[in-house]
Design a protein around this ligand. Structure first.
Ligand code: FUC
Length: 769
């Protein structure tokens, strides 16, 4: 039984059951209907409308008044003015739109005549398959989106000759409302033309091309009609003027080249390209006896877990699915994964299916480094680069500051002006700062100084904004203002509620991390010693994390009551994860307060969205509580996972998948506290298992094997080397893998040794010190 697959005994009844394929740019949701196949299509740059300057011209003029009102505690007045003067004009950024549906009608099939149906998503190879028997003939289909060849490929086969007769169509809108032209290019190919709409919006082109073995093919009207074929291959390409001047020519070339190369060759290239990323990490949870559920369809496994059954294999499938989804939605040269990755079927999708950067987009990349998909992180870095120019303008026009800044969303055009007019979220100038920490993370994992040198100015420019933007706060501190704690509200002592504030805890923690990254980057590169001192000085004046009346980490600068104590955002624990300001051993009081904070959120119904639940897994993992981390992994599967294993916010939002994968990795290996911690949050439900290929900060790759809830052994590969501290429960010894020489023996769960560049090490558990 292959374990790296999702499979079902019936076609998708709706989008939440369809299976995603993608090459980073082109996405398809495959329904697998035997009579009428539908593949819902996306091209990631097909967004409504073009770039705009939406800055509110009154912002800078009103900023001192807004700040003054916040200082005086007149929050309601400040908010009224912020709504008028800071809200962008118009208030909304651009939204992502679908490309359409490819439908394939099988002539002669009757839905009541289908037998032995099965469909699957083989995430080990990146291929969706459907098989069934109709009238004694076995039919099969394969769909995949190839990154090397930039085409989506659909292969139809039957075990008898001349059995395939199909009519193929592309639909955009119920009656093709959103397509402008459909043109026959040849008897086997069609071109679709349209534009996204809105001022400056992109034009798009899509080309469909068929190859049939046996039978006849022709274009009749807007349909591609193939009759009596033995085999059919469809090649589909799409592109927009966002990426190129002549997308039509490109689509024609791509489909022609694919047809010329032939299916087998395209498929081989796809599988090898896909596996070069996917195969780097394997995960097995539970002993051999726990694998039997693989014989059950995925929706049934999910149902059983929801009803309380244990299925560690489903957790490892979910983990790998998070890697599959990133490989399929974020490749070098593409846009980053948006709120729905690349998979969206709505003309006006939830939250515009854009980049929400007050948690969601960042969460999409939490597993990129740890789960060995660092290349897939690159699209986010490109987006940050594109945000610099608009972000400079935002900094200057709205706040009179140098540097660059962004608010809580951005879009295809890297828009950095505020999004919407939602008080708990909109007026938050931390988006670019948080995103830039991903540059630093990438360096920490790779230790690639050349990369750090390239992005250093970006980090520096994000920090520069705050050198100007921060104002004097209470007790000699420097604070952001105005800002919010995404997306909660506070209750003032008089009962009034508010959002706008100065120096909310998350901002201070993000800035602590940003200035720290800048300081360390400048040292690593030997640059800007004076600026380094300035950053240290400012970092030293940021408000320190404080513990509030319930023993919780304070969310705001004052110990206000939270309006929603079970709020989905847990912004004030940024320092616990993804930051590293709060650690179990480094800051035990703050770690204890973080525990109280989480318990309070959860006691009031927290974790009700998929991404919030996923964040909670990461938090418990950082607090080294394997049982609670696992409980929340189960809750993510039980309450926030759709039959196709996509995350259910609700509705579908991909961050929960990615954050869930990151959380599972975080339970098995951590490296945020200057050491490699093996099995930091292993739950009793996973007594045996192995994970190979996880990455750790400092330039390490690790394979970890455990049994009976204890480390058996681990292999470490050092890229750069240097002093290396290992932590793991129990006793262990560290050997040089090559010579077998003993390098270190654990004491109190830790051991230190000097790793060589490109050295390999073996950690053996169960040895008395
Ligand atoms: C933030 C969250 C919502 C949702 C949206 C896309 O506003 O608070 O839950 O994830 O982003």
């Amino acid at each position: 039984m292959r374990k790296d697959r999702l499979w079902y005994r019936q076609p998708a009844a709706n989008w939440n059951e369809a299976l995603p394929v993608g090459n980073g740019r082109l996405g398809g949701m495959v329904f697998g209907d035997p009579v009428k196949e539908k593949i819902q299509l996306n091209e990631e740059t097909l967004w409504h409308g073009g770039p705009r300057d939406r800055h509110n011209p009154s912002a800078l003029e009103q900023l001192p008044r807004i700040r003054g009102l916040i200082r005086e505690g007149k929050v309601q007045e400040a908010q009224r003015l912020a709504l008028l003067a800071l809200t962008a004009v118009p208030e909304n950024q651009r939204h992502y739109t679908p490309l359409g549906d490819l439908t394939i009608t099988f002539e002669g099939h009757r839905s009541d005549g289908i037998r032995d149906y099965v469909r699957e998503l083989d995430i080990g190879n990146g291929i969706a398959r459907t098989e069934y028997t109709a009238d004694g003939i076995r039919y099969s289909r394969e769909v995949f989106a190839s990154c090397p060849d930039q085409v989506m490929t659909v292969r139809l086969e039957a075990d008898k000759p001349a059995a395939l007769s199909v009519t193929v169509r592309l639909l955009r809108g119920p009656k093709n409302h959103y397509l402008d032209r459909i043109e026959r290019l040849s008897p086997v190919s069609l071109c679709y033309r349209g534009r996204s709409g809105g001022e400056g919006g992109v034009d798009f082109r899509a080309v469909l091309r068929a190859e049939n073995a046996g039978g006849t093919a022709d274009v009749i009207g807007e349909y591609l009609v193939i009759e009596g074929a033995d085999r059919i291959t469809l090649y589909f390409a799409a592109a927009t003027t966002y990426q190129m001047d002549n997308p039509e020519e490109t689509c024609i070339k791509r489909t022609e080249a694919a047809a010329e190369r032939g299916y087998e060759s395209i498929r081989r290239a796809h599988v090898s390209d896909y596996r070069s990323l996917y195969d780097r990490v394997t995960l097995r949870l539970g002993g051999p006896e726990s694998g039997w559920q693989e014989a059950l369809p995925t929706d049934e496994r999910l149902r059983r877990v929801t009803e309380g059954e244990d299925d560690p294999g489903l957790v490892s499938l979910y983990f790998q699915y998070g890697r599959y989804l990133l490989i399929s939605s974020s490749r070098p040269g593409t846009l980053p994964a948006n709120l729905q990755g690349i998979w969206n079927d709505q003309m006006l999708p939830p939250w515009d299916s854009k980049f929400t950067i007050n948690i969601n987009t960042e969460m999409n990349y939490w597993h990129a480094e740890t789960c060995n998909l660092a290349e897939c992180h690159e699209p986010l870095f490109d987006l940050i680069e594109r945000m610099r120019e608009p972000g400079r303008r935002t900094a200057r026009v709205m706040y009179g500051c140098r540097g660059f800044t962004a608010h809580h969303n951005t879009d295809l055009w890297a828009d950095t002006a505020p999004q919407s007019s939602y008080l708990p979220a909109t007026y938050w100038p931390m988006g670019a700062a948080w995103l830039c920490l991903h540059l630093w993370e990438h360096y920490q994992f790779s230790q690639d100084l050349e990369f750090l040198g390239r992005v250093y100015n970006t980090l520096k420019e994000a920090a520069e904004f705050f050198l100007d933007f921060l104002i004097d706060g209470p007790d000699g501190t420097l604070v952001t203002c105005p800002s919010v704690s995404p997306e909660n509200s506070f209750v003032l002592p008089g009962g009034e509620t508010g959002c706008l504030t100065m120096g909310p805890s998350m901002d201070n923690q993000i800035l602590y991390a940003l200035f720290t990254a800048c300081i360390e980057a400048s040292r690593a590169l030997g640059l800007d010693p004076d600026l380094g001192k300035e950053w240290e000085r400012v970092r030293g004046r940021l408000p320190q994390p404080k513990i509030g009346r319930y023993g919780q980490i304070r969310e705001w600068i004052e110990d206000y009551e939270e309006k929603t104590p079970g709020h989905r955002h847990i912004s004030h624990l940024f320092g616990l994860h993804p930051g590293n300001q709060f650690t179990v051993r480094g800051t035990p009081e703050l770690a204890a307060a973080a525990r109280v904070t989480l318990n309070r959120r959860l006691a009031h119904g927290g974790g009700h969205t998929g991404w919030s639940r996923a964040w909670i897994i990461n938090f418990w993992a950082r607090l080294e509580d394997g049982e609670l981390a696992y409980e929340n992994v189960l809750a993510l599967l039980r309450k926030s996972t759709l039959p196709n294993l996509l995350d259910n916010h609700p509705p579908f939002q991909i961050d929960g998948n990615f954050g869930g994968t990151a959380g599972i990795a975080e339970m098995l290996l951590q490296s945020h506290a200057g050491e490699l911690h093996l099995l930091p949050a292993l739950p009793s439900a996973w007594p045996d298992g192995e994970v190979r290929g996880l990455r750790a900060r400092g330039g390490y790759e690790a394979d970890v094997f455990w049994s009976g809830g204890r480390l058996a052994w681990a292999n470490l590969r050092a890229r750069i080397g240097g002093p290396c501290r290992i932590r793991c429960a129990g006793t262990f010894r560290v050997y040089n893998a090559a010579g077998g020489e003993l390098l270190a023996v654990s004491r109190d769960g830790e051991a230190e040794f000097e790793a060589d560049k490109a050295g390999s090490y073996r950690v053996e558990g169960g040895h008395e010190g």
